[in-house]
Design a protein around this ligand. Structure first.
Ligand SMILES: Nc1nc2c(ncn2[C@@H]2O[C@H](COP(=O)(O)OP(=O)(O)OP(=O)(O)O)[C@@H](O)[C@H]2O)c(=O)[nH]1
Ligand SMILES: [Mg+2]
Length: 342
């Protein structure tokens, strides 16, 4: 199961309490205060890790608390410092804090986009001072100590937005998973029925000269996806960080739909979901070119792409025909997008 949004509750550890003690030793009368400080409570961090790719664990286990600091002890011994708690999340996770403010319910704390990147989400409490700290020239036997500070308590929302360069979009059964399995090491399920892919898949495409980029295969879209039809738009946000979109359109006739209408529908759904998605550079790939029974359908799609000024490709994800050119075009579009972003 792929989970990309969870609410969790975290509590940092309280600081240990300061100790009230006096040095008691034979032949040392009135040895003076000797209560040590409390130890620091554990803090809570959220850390990006390449070893996890879903937030599923947090769905079943949404509450975390770090250890409290040790209490101070006699003979000026400081309580032990608690170990910090680290919560591992997939790369691409956004960490929000719930504010309790109805107008602005969430505040972004961090966008963890690199391996090992971490954010402190709840500060451990400082340990209280022991009575040894309160000795002064006028008070040589202080009985004062501090309690440890409370650890911070936070309600967080974790939201995963995959980091991919190129997103594959299209109707169910268009061949998106077949394509990604052909051009990368990703091995999603492929089958001859709609909605085979239920969660996004990522694959790394490697071209000559050490050029590489990440492609995302997202579940198929249908008309009305933006208002929840089919698998809905819940996965479209995984395209938000892509730089290029590739429309994969089935031109074989097997779907019984019109390829031009398919392209227009998916473009409209993107627009309705989020105009910035629809504004991304796009390519159109007519897929299943090996199984075309009516070339007029392919030509109509080519014309529509040209009207929209979108580069057009004829490919077969199954046989591999045309894929080399499509990948080069993805790379060039991506390189241009990266350049204009820089
Ligand atoms: N003839 C032919 N069949 C293809 C081609 N590409 C994919 N298919 C077939 O089309 C069907 C659907 O392919 P998938 O890759 O699962 O399609 P998808 O777009 O990932 O579908 P969803 O996950 O449901 O959105 C499978 O039976 C594939 O074998 C192609 O180039 N030619
Ligand atoms: Mg699929």
């Amino acid at each position: 199961m792929f989970v990309d949004e969870v609410d969790i509750h975290v509590e940092a550890g309280h600081g240990g309490r300061g100790c009230l003690a006096f040095r008691r030793e034979k032949f040392v009368p009135r040895g003076g205060p000797s209560g040590g400080d409390g130890g620091h409570g554990g803090s809570v961090y959220v850390v990006a890790s390449a070893h996890t790719n879903t937030l599923i664990n947090y769905r079943f286990h949404p509450e975390f608390s770090a250890e409290r600091g040790g209490h101070g002890e006699g003979s000026n011994r400081t309580g032990h410092t608690a170990i910090d708690l680290e919560l591992a999340v997939p790369i691409g996770t956004l960490v929000y804090e719930k504010t309790g403010d109805a107008n602005q319910p969430y505040r972004l704390l961090a966008d963890l986009t690199e391996e090992g990147q971490r954010v402190l989400v709840a500060h451990g409490g400082r340990g209280g001072l022991g009575n040894a700290r309160f000795a002064s020239s006028t008070n040589r036997a202080p009985r004062k100590v501090q309690p440890g500070e409370a650890g911070e308590v936070k309600d967080l929302r974790l939201e995963l937005k995959l980091l991919a360069d190129v997103g594959l979009v299209g109707f169910p059964n268009a061949g998106k998973s077949t394509l990604i399995s052909r051009v990368s090491a990703a091995r999603p399920k492929i089958a001859d029925y709609p909605f085979t892919t239920l969660t996004p898949n990522l694959g790394v495409v490697r071209l000559s000269d050490d050029r590489s980029f990440v492609v995302a295969d997202v579940p198929g879209l249908i008309e009305g996806a933006h208002r929840g039809l089919g698998l809905g738009h819940q996965f479209l946000r995984h395209l938000e960080r892509t730089k290029v979109l590739v429309h994969l359109v089935d031109v074989s006739g097997a779907s019984g739909r019109d390829p031009v209408a398919d392209l227009d529908t998916v473009r409209r759904e993107l627009e309705l979901f989020q105009p910035t998605l629809a504004a991304k550079p796009q390519l159109v790939a007519a897929n299943k070119i090996d199984a075309v029974d009516d070339v007029a359908r392919v030509e109509a799609l080519a014309r529509r792409a040209s009207e929209l000024k979108l580069p057009f490709f004829r490919v077969s994800a199954a046989s591999g025909a045309g894929l080399a050119e499509l990948l080069e075009a993805m790379w060039h579009r991506l390189a241009a997008a990266r350049q204009s972003a820089a």
